[in-house]
Design a protein around this ligand. Structure first.
Ligand SMILES: *Cc1c(COP(=O)(O)O)cnc(C)c1O
Length: 414
């Protein structure tokens, strides 16, 4: 990176200067590790007997279950594989339809496509920007097997409505909570409403287990019993006392979930040790983000062209990404016009996240390009994301809100 002096267009209150033509960019990760977190990892490297499938795994799972206050928690290699397990335990296969919001990260849908299911894209609700329960109802057919609810951006989905629809039609509910640690509805943590909850500890998420990691949360105790075997190649011990410990062999493999092959989605002990410590910073970090969100909303409250997500009653929005919607139709301008000015003149490197999935070649080439999502079509083309992480300062908030306000003034005057 090269540090350049600020163009004379604006003074720079942050004192950070312009880097590669920007004053504020997205960081590669949410926050730096604390000394305690580093020590926890090093301790496992130095002292733990095994490096996988040990006490740290058990402890992390217990700590996580306590954090979310329910369900059976199983640490896994990443959230994509947690979603795959949800598909396996929902017995999703060829011929089944799975209803998935088209506005999400691609990993929400890939595991279900991989299991052979037909992906049916659901539209977003125009206010909450999460999956629209009314559109779920429209998309249900006799072949529908499951609904995937994604609490994207840290916004809670309308789980009350979704669970009622699922109960009426006998459908499984899978919650993608990759962006919603500490997100609750009436005090109940997301991921504990549906049959399965899937969490991510990728570096860009609220907490991370050395860059990769995930948690699979299961409601049904019968299924919970089968998870460790399906997670780890069907490994089990041979039953009963044996005359020679090596006869017939050291260990057995078995089938734990009728008719389906196991996987290896395991996570190592250093990652689990770190996870237990990282859990403690989730809530304090989210409090910072929630506070910074309040400041942005206050600063842009009198800019009618900008809108924010509506949060369902009783919902706790943990502000994992900072997405805004811009309506410049009154003066014939769109999101791209706004971003041009915000990025180049104010140095705020805002981006556009989560292309509607049915527009990606991956999905169109694999037969998942069909769609009927009119709300997303128009909404998405006018949404954009501001740089966001839990260390964002008041000065940076001011730079960003001044940039959005100033750019809109310029567009109106043009
Ligand atoms: C990050 C993310 C995933 C995938 O998580 P990994 O741990 O990287 O596999 C799935 N869904 C959403 C919404 C995500 O943001």
């Amino acid at each position: 990176m090269t540090t350049t002096t600020a163009p004379d267009r604006l003074s720079d209150p942050s004192g950070r200067g312009w880097v590669d033509g920007y004053r504020i960019i997205f960081p590669q990760r949410q926050h730096a590790y604390t000394e305690e977190e580093i020590a926890a990892v090093v301790d496992v490297m130095r002292n733990a007997e095994g490096q996988t499938q040990g006490d740290y795994l058990e402890a992390f799972q217990d700590d996580f279950a306590a954090f979310i206050g329910g369900g059976h928690a199983f640490a896994v290699s990443n959230c994509t594989n947690a979603l795959k397990l949800a598909g396996i335990f929902s017995r999703i296969g060829p011929g089944d339809e799975v209803i998935i919001p088209a506005y999400t990260y691609c990993a929400t849908a890939i595991p279900f496509g991989d299991l052979g299911a037909t992906i049916v894209w659901a539209d977003i609700h125009p206010g909450t920007w999460t999956i629209d329960p009314a559109d779920i109802v429209r998309k249900i057919t006799p072949r529908t097997k499951a609904i995937v609810a994604v609490h994207l951006l840290g916004i809670p989905c309308d789980m009350k409505a979704i669970m009622a629809i699922a109960a009426e039609h006998g459908l499984k509910v899978i919650e993608d909570c990759a962006q919603s640690m500490d997100c609750t509805i009436d005090g109940q943590h997301v991921g504990t409403f549906g049959d399965f909850g899937c969490f991510s500890f990728h570096a860009a998420k609220t907490m991370t287990t050395l860059g990769e990691g995930g948690m699979f949360v299961v409601k049904d105790p019968e299924i919970a019993r089968a998870v460790p075997g399906v997670r780890h190649n069907g490994l089990t011990s041979l039953p009963g006392p044996r005359e020679r410990y090596w006869v017939p062999a050291m260990s057995n493999v078995d089938e734990f979930w009728t008719g389906q092959w196991p996987q290896n989605f395991c996570i190592g002990e250093p990652q689990c040790a770190l996870g237990s410590v990282q859990l403690r910073s989730v809530r304090p970090n989210n409090e910072v983000l929630i506070e910074q969100d309040r400041k942005i909303r206050a600063a842009l409250a009198d800019v009618p062209e900008i809108s924010f997500p509506e949060i369902i009653e009783g919902g706790r929005y943990v502000v994992h990404q900072y997405v805004l919607h811009f309506d410049g139709s009154a003066f014939g301008k769109n999101r791209n016009d706004l971003m041009d000015i915000v990025t180049s003149e104010y140095g705020v490197r805002c981006i556009v996240q989560y292309y509607p999935l049915y527009r990606f070649p991956l999905f169109t080439k694999l037969g998942a390009g069909e769609h009927d999502c009119p709300v997303l079509e128009s909404w998405w083309d006018n949404s954009f994301s501001l740089p966001w992480w839990c260390g964002i300062t008041d000065e940076e908030i001011t730079i960003m809100t001044d940039a959005v306000r100033g750019a809109i003034e310029k567009l109106k005057a043009a």
